[in-house]
Design a protein around this ligand. Structure first.
Ligand code: ZN
Length: 155
């Protein structure tokens, strides 16, 4: 498992150092700010939705490596997808971040359903975060903010 951990650490560091989809989107794009007071992570998610498709997504903000890498990984996973696919990805990721609560000390990756991890691709790199409960809010910040942006644009 050490090699897998190393790979996941590399993915997280890569996205932290070279975040994807950084920047802002002009109106009519919608934007929502998210804040994780436990760690001081801040993020702004810009979404451009057209005809039920998340056409573009951009992110600004700053914070710890987990929060920034998670937002970068998220942007790549949802850009260009239908809103239904985006919501499905959000739900799958949040399940990954909550399913192991109460099983602290267990290797998160080993206990995750393989199918879910495969569906998540690079996002699986964040699965190890559940071993550190204080960091879960860092990892889910971008996702909760994106979910809020979708809610606000669909009303
Ligand atoms: Zn953080």
């Amino acid at each position: 498992m050490a090699n897998l951990d190393d790979l996941y650490r590399e993915i997280i560091l890569d996205h932290y150092r070279s975040p994807r989809n950084r920047g802002e989107l002009p109106p009519p794009a919608h934007h929502v700010e998210g804040f994780n007071p436990l760690c001081g992570d801040e993020i702004v998610v810009y979404v451009l939705i057209d005809d039920g498709v998340l056409v573009d997504i951009k992110l600004t903000g700053h914070g710890c490596s987990i929060s920034q890498a998670s937002s970068s990984l998220m942007s790549g996973a949802v850009k260009g997808k239908t809103l239904e696919q985006v919501r499905d990805t959000i739900a799958t990721f949040k399940q990954l971040m909550t399913v192991h609560e109460g099983q602290l000390g267990e290797p998160a990756v080993a206990t995750s359903p393989d199918a879910d991890l495969r569906r998540l691709g690079e996002l699986a790199a964040l699965a190890g975060v559940v071993k550190f409960p204080v960091r879960i809010k860092c990892a889910t910040l971008a996702w909760n903010t994106l979910a809020q942006a979708l809610d606000e644009t669909s009303t």
